[in-house]
Design a protein around this ligand. Sequence first.
Ligand code: SF4
Length: 166
Amino acid sequence: MRFHRITYPDVNNGIGCRVTLWVSGCTHHCKGCHNKETWSFNTGRVFNDEYKNKLFEIVSLPYIKGLTLSGGDPLCSPNEILGLLKEYRLRFGNEKDVWLYTGFTMDEILANGWQDIISMVDYVVDGRFDKNLRDVTLPFRGSSNHQVYRILDGGYINVSDVLFDT
Ligand code: SF4
């Protein structure tokens, strides 16, 4: 897996001060995408142990609430993301949270058998970007078709209409 950049503190992609890993590679190619430079799986740098350790160091900072996975589409590299999340939970337990941004809808995520990935994140923001539904007033999502799901033991609830206290 490759990545484009690691940014922090990030307050735009989930609740609280976060660190965001921008994963390379996206097959959705939404019209109006603002991250076209991340579409290629060959762009950016290899996400090796050095970068993983650096990422975890940043997550450890007391003011960092958790990790956001974005891109690109992290779920276009599901095996690597699963491995990263397993290490993350081993190290941080539930002390730090995870937001996952993906172009796949929740129905597609479940149909693809990615429940094991979803079970290790706290929030999922799903779906392709639809430039006709773009709405900059929506917290944490770019177009109104995007849904924000809170992942809970054994299920999830749609919290898109909840006003988040950031
Ligand atoms: S899913 Fe996200 S990164 Fe991929 S093309 Fe759509 S808006 Fe761009």
